[in-house]
Design a protein around this ligand. Structure first.
Ligand code: C5P
Length: 248
């Protein structure tokens, strides 16, 4: 995999034309784009299609969390859009996770398309240990994250979205093939914005991240394509120095 293929740019906007313009500027420079609940709620499948038409892989970040039957149907509907990755909440539990994985497999096979990666969200990075305790979860935050990631893997999911602090533990617990998608990425030259914990793109890859989700340092840059190129160059320098052994 080329360094640039590891970067997914969060198109955090409700403006379809802006999202399409950004995707056009970034095509050829990054691996894909991410569409989240804000954009999808405002612009729906039509907005998704407009962005997808640009030709970059799309991560559909809708974090489904419902009873197994509803999530299965939501995943079936999502697959018609041909995303490269989509996600669900691991807290939906075993049957919901298995239903999501099976729905992705079956629907993609029926449509004759490649199955998207199905990812889990473990514990939202906005939640603290105190928040977990208030919800009656007595496990420590790292233990809860690892437990949910292992559950997701055992239910047939392809990976998880995780913070930089969790990369090493999850790589150890879930194995080399389990995909780790990491937001909270900040190049040394960019503002931290609202992130409490962040990591540079090269360090995240060195620790074992498979894909990086990067928003504001790219989409709010004066020249988004140039900012993306700079990040890719930083990752490429690291890859040249220490090639990864994961075979991709
Ligand atoms: O602008 P920034 O690089 O901070 O954007 C990060 C993106 O990653 C946003 O779309 C945000 O919703 C997403 N994110 C996430 N999971 C987290 C933290 C951020 O998907 N735990």
């Amino acid at each position: 995999m080329k360094p640039s293929d590891r970067i997914f740019v969060a198109l955090d906007t409700v403006d379809v034309e802006h999202a399409v313009a950004l995707a056009r500027q970034l095509k050829g420079t990054v691996g894909g784009v991410k569409i989240g609940a804000e954009f999808f709620t405002a612009s729906g499948p039509d907005g998704f299609e407009r962005v997808a038409e640009v030709g970059l892989p799309v991560f559909l970040d809708l974090k489904f969390h419902d009873i197994p039957n509803t999530v299965e149907r939501a995943v079936r509907a999502a697959i018609k859009l041909k995303p490269f990755m989509l996600n669900v909440h691991a807290m939906g539990g075993e049957f919901m996770l298995r239903a999501a994985a099976a729905a992705a497999e079956e629907t993609a096979a029926e449509a004759g398309i490649e199955r998207p990666l199905v990812l889990a969200v473990t514990v939202l990075t906005s939640l603290s240990a105190a928040d977990l305790a208030a919800m009656g979860i007595s496990a420590s935050l790292p233990r809860q994250v690892t437990r949910l990631a292992v559950l997701a893997r055992d239910c047939g999911l392809d990976g998880v979205v995780c913070s930089c602090a969790e990369i090493m533990a999850l790589r150890g617990a879930c194995g080399a093939r389990f995909k780790l998608i990491v937001p909270g990425i900040r190049p040394s030259w960019a503002a931290g914005d609202d992130h409490k914990r962040m990591i540079t793109p090269a360090d995240a890859i060195a620790l074992g991240a498979d894909y990086l989700v990067i928003g504001r340092p790219i989409i709010r840059a004066a020249d988004p394509a140039e900012a993306a190129r700079r990040i890719c160059d930083e990752i490429a320098c690291l890859s040249d120095a220490a090639p990864r052994s994961d075979g991709d």
